[in-house]
Each structure stands twice: as C-alpha cells, then as structure tokens.
Write a protein that binds this ligand. Structure first.
Ligand SMILES: Nc1nc(=O)c2c([nH]1)NC[C@@H]1CN(c3ccc(C(=O)N[C@@H](CCC(=O)O)C(=O)O)cc3)C=[N+]21
Length: 298
C-alpha cells in the first residue's frame, strides 16, 4: 500500500508559515492584500472563492471579494482589474475561471499587472517560468502545490527520474512540466492524442494526472513504487450515499493505483488544499516584493 501524501496537513503547514511571515510584514507596515473576483453564480466556483477569502483572512491578510453579476461586460471587468492594479493595498489579484462565455478570459488575464498575478497566468509569468526566471515569476498555484507534495517524497532534485504529465492545459499540465524540468526530471507531456498512454504511464517514476476525467488512470498504468500526483477534482454521482448525492474523485482510480504506487495523493484532501495554500504563499511573496523585502523560502 502506497504512502498517502496528506495535502490538508501540508497545506496547513504552508499557511502556518505564511501567517508567521505575514505577521512580520504587517509589523513592518505592509499588510498583504488579496482581491478575488468572481463573475456569475456557478455554485462550485462560489465554494472555492469563499474558501480562498476565508484562508486569506486566517493568514491575517487584507482580503476583498468582488462578486459580479453574470451579465457584467468585459469592459466593466477590465475596469475593475485596472482599479485593483492601481490599488496599493492589493498585492494579489485572482479572477476566478471559467468566466461567462461573453467575456474573453485571455483579455482579462493579460490585463492583470504581472506583479500582482498570483495565479501566474499572465504571459510575463508564463515566460519567466519557461525561461527559469523563478526568482521574479509567479508560478501557478496548483502545479506549485503539487511540486511541494512531490518534494516531500522525492526531494528537490529529480535527476534521473522519468516524469509523465497527463494533460496539457495552460493552468496545470504545461506549468507542471516546466517545474519538473526545472527540478531535473526527464519530462513527457501526454494528452488525448498520445499513442498507448498506459504503456507510457508505466515508464513514469512520477505520474501527474491532470486531465479532468474521473478515475481514468488505472492501477495497471502505474509503475511499482511510482509517486502519483492526482490533480483531478471530479464530482460524480454517488447513489449509494442517497438519491441525488455526489462525491469527489480524482483522475486516478485511487484504490487500484494505491496498491501499486510508492506514494499517492488523495482526492479530496490532496492537491486541492495545496492550491489554496500556494495562493496565500504567492500573495505573501508579492507583498514582500512590493515592500522591498526578500520573500521567505516556504
Ligand atoms: N483563477 C483561478 N485560479 C484557480 O486556482 C482556480 C480557478 N480560477 N478556478 C477553479 C479552480 C479550482 N480550484 C480549486 C482549489 C481548491 C480546491 C480544493 O480545496 N478542493 C478540496 C475539496 C473541496 C470540495 O469539497 O469541493 C479538496 O480537493 O480536498 C479545489 C479546486 C482553483 N481554481
């Protein structure tokens, strides 16, 4: 049976450190400020946004949430982002995705000032990650959190290890591959057009699943002893829990994979809580940079 990598516990450790450093920064006159913007009423998004705001308050941050109507125009959202860019009390801006169809998310993301882009989605931050300028980049929160979990099992240097990332999104797959490469892993990005994905997955010492398909990755795709990082969060019907009930599952068939892997992240309680913890860490880093202080190593 694989070791469980406890995202809840590690996230609590990270936010504990963030709170301590935030207290120092506040004492020196700068309170980290996070603005979370949500457009529309998607219930799942509301839940995530509420937990981001709650965690920010727990860290002692100045936390503001802007909840805009579904009908908000792109111009109005651009104007809000520009106002937050200009607000010295705000160090991090997160616009919750997905946005309603009439708003171009690319336009909004590129409007966020790169030095406040705590999601790490702006071209400047994507480019810095791609070229290894990690001292001044913001790294997207989900892959950053996944790397911290991986570090607990494999250490910081992944030399000689094969990593397979299943999924090529800009939010997870591509930045994850760049981070693994920066840690000296040998990286393959697999996706829906990859030939014989099970055989490729079996070559992975580190297998990262970020496809958004419930339990797609089976136990016999896992190399014995591999570290499995499950980024998927899928809500599936759970009639055994009662009519209309649902439960969360990852992209990995957990029980099968856990029987073969060396270490594995659960869902829930895995990468999800780490994502929120890294958002707090990125906001702290942004506030340190704004105050001319060296950001702490977390
Ligand atoms: N601009 C932007 N940045 C994001 O980082 C972003 C986003 N938009 N849009 C939506 C996704 C999703 N996301 C999650 C964060 C935490 C959990 C999390 O903590 N999940 C818990 C379970 C929560 C539950 O019970 O539903 C867990 O996995 O244990 C999940 C999902 C951030 N996202």
């Amino acid at each position: 049976m694989a070791d469980l990598i406890d995202g809840k516990a590690l996230a609590a450790e990270v936010t504990g450190k963030v709170s301590q450093h935030a207290a120092d920064l506040i004492a020196s006159g700068t309170t980290p400020g996070l603005a979370v913007v949500i457009v529309g009423e998607d219930p799942a998004s509301q839940v995530y946004v509420a937990s981001k705001s709650k965690r920010a308050k727990e860290c002692g941050f100045h936390s503001v949430q802007h909840t805009l109507a579904e009908e908000t125009s792109e111009d109005e959202l651009v104007a809000l982002v520009e106002a937050l860019n200009a607000d010295p009390a705000i160090h991090g801006i997160l616009v919750q995705l997905p946005l309603p169809g009439h708003i171009d998310s690319g336009t909004i993301i590129q409007t966020i000032a790169p030095e406040k882009d705590v999601d790490g989605f702006h071209f400047i931050n994507v480019g810095k990650l791609g070229t290894g300028e990690l001292d001044t980049a913001f790294v997207p929160c989900t892959p950053a959190g996944a790397m911290l979990m991986l570090e607990r099992v494999r250490g910081r240097d992944l030399s000689g290890l094969n990593a397979v990332v299943v999924g090529r999104s800009n939010i997870v797959g591509k930045p994850m591959a760049n981070l693994l490469l920066a840690a000296n892993a040998t990286v393959t990005i697999a996706h829906s057009r990859t030939a014989d994905l099970p055989a490729l997955a079996r070559t992975a010492d580190i297998l990262v699943a970020a496809v958004g398909r419930p339990e797609m990755i089976k136990g016999d795709w896992v190399k014995p002893g591999a570290t499995v990082i499950d980024v998927g969060i899928n809500r599936v019907p759970a009639p055994e829990r009662g009519e209309g009930k649902s439960r969360l599952v990852g992209d990995v068939a957990f029980d099968e994979a856990a029987a073969i892997a060396g270490a594995i992240t659960p869902v829930p309680g895995g990468v999800g809580p780490m994502t929120i913890a890294m958002l707090m860490a990125n906001t702290l880093v942004s506030a340190c940079r704004a105050a001319g202080r060296q950001p702490p190593a977390l």
